[in-house]
Design a binder for this molecule. Sequence first.
Ligand SMILES: Cc1cc2nc3c(=O)[nH]c(=O)nc-3n(C[C@H](O)[C@H](O)[C@H](O)COP(=O)(O)OP(=O)(O)OC[C@H]3O[C@@H](n4cnc5c(N)ncnc54)[C@H](O)[C@@H]3O)c2cc1C
Length: 271
Amino acid sequence: MRNDLAPGPARLEEVIVETPTIKTFVLRPAEPLPFRAGQFVQLYLPGVGEAPFTPSSSPSEPERLEVTVLAAGRVTAALHELEPGAVIGVRGPFGRGYPLAKLAGHEVVVVGGGVGLAPLRSLLYTLFERPGLARRVSIKYGAREPHELCFQRQYASWAAQEAVDFTPTIDRPAAGWPGRVGLVTTLLDGLDVDVSEAYAVCCGPEIMLRFVARKLVDVGFRPERVYLSMNRNMTCGMGICGRCNVGSLYLCKDGPDLSYAEVRDIPYALG
Ligand SMILES: Cc1cc2nc3c(=O)[nH]c(=O)nc-3n(C[C@H](O)[C@H](O)[C@H](O)COP(=O)(O)OP(=O)(O)OC[C@H]3O[C@@H](n4cnc5c(N)ncnc54)[C@H](O)[C@@H]3O)c2cc1C
């Protein structure tokens, strides 16, 4: 029987350097770990601690999990030191995952900031593997500088998918950057989608989520169709410890992806 509190072993097969501060860890759990896009796992490093991450790989490969991690503190710095062959602990999956049933048949705008594109990549794989699930996928992604854009090697193949467009932007002008400059919110003006019917799924720093959500509503999205990854610090993953609760919601159990309609009136839910 599955024990949600006990990490199982996972072997680190490969480490992919994405940016100077972000790495993707390719893990092979001892047992396949089925998950839905948007669900998260807890990675455990013996002697260091545990932290939550949403796999960036396709749910169609439960025997091989990719987790893309920004070095932010104790656990993430220790993860960044690991070499292939290391064995770490993994437990989960937790959370509800992205609202795929709701997205079906609609245009979907995917909005990412920095390492926030990592959880969204699992959603993108799901949508690409099931053409026609979403009527159209429009990806808007922002990072501070060109070298901080994650998964650059994949952009051309994403944009080549049918009914998919991809636009990256960087915060400040940079020598040699031919693309858009400005915060990711600047990509949300003049969207080529039917905003009253479309869904948006957003992941990034809390401050970005706040401004992106407001902007999407300003341009005509319905708040209940704007989903935000509420990736606050969480511990148990099961709605027991209370570390992540906002209002009456446990982000680990009721989320982490919640609609703007659900969170906008909860004090401090968006920072
Ligand atoms: C559901 C979920 C999914 C996540 N998915 C990813 C992912 O795919 N990739 C990724 O890189 N990160 C992800 N994160 C964030 C990741 O869990 C944190 O960066 C990690 O817990 C930091 O642990 P640490 O021990 O390295 O840092 P610590 O030493 O604990 O803290 C370092 C600093 O970061 C702050 N901090 C820690 N966690 C968070 C957080 N969640 N939000 C804001 N500030 C924080 C601390 O307050 C402190 O200032 C996710 C978080 C959640 C809740």
